[in-house]
Design a protein around this ligand. Structure first.
Ligand code: GLU
Length: 417
């Protein structure tokens, strides 16, 4: 059976530092649709998407109002996934619903606020969730494969590649990878959680280089105002996530699920910056996936930006955890975003956090927006001493100048264009 995506065997850099840019064996950089296309042409591109796509389904799609799992919907979803998995297209599912299912199975009246209890509820619910998928996919002669991830699994470069290889192998077996956060060990305070499954799905999309992420939600897409007001209109195509688009978002949190439109926009930003596309559509509408993959104008399409970035930069930009921040002046910001340059000490105005040489740091503009991430050639203590000075003066201050750049361009990924 052909590999669903080239299995990584890329070498893990053995030099202690800096990582050389890693050469991928997978040369399939999907050509992102051109923003100059009209909406119908853009949707035709979606209809032609092949390879592995990611579908994320939220708690409110999978559960009844009383919190019990909606088996009919799981059946429909499996049937649709079966229908769209043809002509070389394969599906990786990111599914929420563990906490929701656990609450009703344990007869609780509401979502626990105590962390250990919440994790216990997820442990109970996850079993039921995966059993339901497995039973349903078995009708099509396929097995469900449970993949539970933590932030640490995608932060560490070796584990990141392992996750990718495992998902590829599951697909080769013809099974359906069903991914959720490993809620029983993920803790917000320890920064071991993805935050929500929209972000997890975006990371998975970037990790496997899927050309499309479909987020199935309880809402039809992004509206240009409060969706409960009748003058608000569904926006079918977003070519760039700018201030106007961010202004559309009204985030309401409920007792049952995390996420909301703000985190969906954040997921869309991660996916489109890496060059891939994302669609938000209603998971409650029958045949929605069939419509999406027929190129129909349903939901909201976020158009991928540019040509697609390399696997190494996807890890650097979206999966690796940052250990500190450096703030840039306007000139350095321009050099990074517009001129494809490295970061020099002269352009740094401030450094936050404690990090070592070789750690991943966030590069922020004067307003505190993270625009890029990169591997630092200097520790935070060294940067504190050399910030704002010209590169040829570094040796005078530190007594050595191992690198001209604080972050070399090859070890830098743009995360906000
Ligand atoms: N991992 C959680 C669950 O399965 C869901 C998190 C989310 O939906 O964002 O219940």
């Amino acid at each position: 059976m052909a590999s669903p995506f080239a299995v990584y065997s890329e070498a893990i850099p053995s030099a202690p530092f800096p990582f050389p840019p890693v050469q991928s064996l997978d040369h399939r950089i999907p050509s992102a649709p051109s923003p100059r296309m009209n909406p119908a042409e853009l949707r035709q591109q979606i209809a032609n998407v092949s390879g592995t796509v990611v579908i994320k389904v939220g708690t409110r799609v999978l559960t009844h109002p009383d919190g019990t799992l909606n088996h009919e919907r799981i059946d429909q979803l499996a049937e649709e996934i079966q229908t769209i998995s043809q002509n070389g297209r394969r599906v990786v599912l990111v599914s929420s619903g563990a906490v929701g299912a656990g609450i009703s199975l344990l007869g609780l009246k509401s979502r626990p606020t105590d962390l250990a209890k919440l994790q216990a509820v997820a442990a109970v619910g996850q079993v039921h969730l995966i059993q339901s998928y497995d039973r349903t996919f078995a009708r099509y002669g396929r097995r469900a494969a449970q993949v539970l991830l933590t932030v640490e699994d995608v932060d560490d470069r070796v584990r990141y590649l392992n996750v990718r290889n495992t998902i590829a192998s599951i697909l080769e077996f013809g099974a359906v990878p069903i991914i959720n956060e490993n809620d029983t060990v993920s803790v917000d305070e320890l920064k071991t959680t993805f935050g929500d499954n929209d972000r997890l799905a975006a990371m998975v999309t970037n990790l496997i280089r899927a050309p499309l992420l479909v987020v199935l939600s309880d809402i039809e897409g992004l509206y240009d105002g409060d969706p409960s007001r009748k003058e608000s209109k569904l926006v079918h195509t977003i070519e760039k996530i700018d201030e106007t688009v961010l202004g559309y978002v009204r985030d309401k949190k409920t007792g049952l699920s995390k996420g909301g439109m703000a985190s969906k926009l954040e997921a869309a930003r991660m996916v489109t910056t890496a060059g891939e596309s994302m669609i938000i559509a209603s998971g409650r509408q029958p045949n929605i996936l069939t419509q999406v993959f027929a190129g129909e104008l349903v939901g909201t399409l976020f158009v991928g930006q540019g040509k697609g970035i390399t696997p190494y930069k996807r890890w650097l930009g979206f999966s690796a955890q940052v250990r500190g921040r450096v703030q840039l002046d306007a000139g350095a910001r321009r050099a990074i975003l517009e001129q494809g340059r490295s970061l020099l000490a002269a352009g740094i105005v401030n450094v936050q956090g404690e990090f070592q040489k070789g750690d991943v740091v966030a590069l922020c503009d004067s307003e505190g927006h993270v625009i890029a991430r990169g591997l630092s050639n200097y520790s935070s203590a060294d940067i504190e001493r050399i910030k704002g000075i010209k590169s040829d003066k570094i040796a005078q201050v530190l007594g050595r100048r191992p690198y001209e750049e604080v972050i070399h361009r090859d070890n830098l990924a743009i995360v906000r264009k």
